[in-house]
Design a protein around this ligand. Structure first.
Ligand code: A3P
Length: 294
């Protein structure tokens, strides 16, 4: 069965100053030479910040709910640029062969590693960021259930690694601030917050549409908003990753909780204090602010 065919969990290593596994570096030359198209829309995130949510929103906004060719899992419709893993075709190859327009492209790359073609073509980029504590918790459960991720170890250990930036795709702190700085001088980046999306999905949908130059009818917007609610997406086999062979939903579902503040169920008081103190130091040079509750 498929579990037997999966390679052992990958190991982290340093790659241009960023922790990575081979699944995101093995295709590096092709990734760096990737040819973007001017109407491509890039969805950039640190893992577990709301990538799938925003991907599905964009998919519905551009292609609607009914088109038969869209009845495929979200991870096929929104290809993962840097992915090269057994059981899947390489992200770059899938993207090169895509004829639908616009192409919706997923990446977790930190801003300094993005292929230059995206800047040359001046593509629109939607970045989603999530507060560090919830992001860490979500990442922990993801690494438990995903055989393509390094062993998470126990929560205390994992949290320490998160603070040390020893995660796949590197430091959360560097990722969110790197993209934030880039956005200050680059108008084609929309910087969204997971917390804002949970608080008022309709409002963030409006921001997204105005950034993309879309003007859906009120009815269409309501349809999208309904389709991307947590409970609806969790039941939707095209959006909930239930067809992904590397994930074990018996350990934890992909659509896990979808909440702001779940960190309170995981962090001890001591962990939270230590985390906050370290956070202040790491984030002292940025204006970027997150909410850990709403
Ligand atoms: P939790 O593990 O906290 O539940 P990504 O897509 O970047 O991997 O992020 C996954 C996280 O986004 C998970 O967080 C998942 O539940 C959450 N998520 C996905 N769709 C969502 C939605 N429609 N509403 C709220 N959260 C959502």
């Amino acid at each position: 069965d498929w579990e037997m065919e999966l390679p052992p969990r990958p190991k982290l290593f340093d790659f241009h100053g960023v922790s990575m596994t081979n699944y995101f570096t093995d295709n590096w030359d092709n990734v760096q030479n990737f040819q973007a198209r001017p109407d491509d829309i890039l969805i950039a995130t640190y893992p577990k910040a709301g990538t799938t949510w925003v991907s599905y929103i964009l998919d519905l906004l551009y292609f609607g709910q009914t088109a038969p060719e869209r009845q495929r899992p979200i991870f096929e419709k929104v290809p993962f640029l840097e992915l090269l893993i057994p059981l899947y075709p390489p992200g770059v190859e899938v993207l090169d062969n895509l004829t639908t327009s616009p192409r919706l492209i997923k990446t977790h790359l930190p801003v300094q590693l993005l292929p230059k073609s995206f800047w040359e073509q001046n593509c629109r980029i939607v970045y989603v960021a999530r507060n560090a504590k919830d992001n860490a918790v979500s990442y922990f459960h993801f690494d438990r259930m995903n055989q393509a991720e390094p062993e998470p170890g126990d929560w205390n250990n994992f949290l320490q690694r998160f603070m040390d930036g020893k995660m796949v795709f590197g430091s959360w702190y560097d990722h969110v601030t790197g993209w934030w700085e880039k956005k200050q001088t680059h108008s084609k980046i929309l910087y969204l917050f997971y917390e804002d999306m949970v608080e008022d999905t309709g409002r963030e949908l409006d921001r997204l549409c105005s950034f993309l130059g879309l003007s859906p009818s009120t009815e269409e917007k309501e349809r999208v908003r309904g389709g991307v609610q947590f409970d609806t997406m969790k039941k939707n086999s095209m959006a909930n990753y239930s067809t992904d062979p590397v994930m074990d939903f018996k350990i934890s579902p992909f659509m896990r909780k979808g909440k702001v503040g779940d960190w309170k169920n995981h962090f001890t008081v001591a962990q939270s204090e230590q985390f906050d103190e370290d956070y202040k130091k790491k984030m002292e040079n940025t204006q970027l602010r997150f909410r850990t509750t709403i």
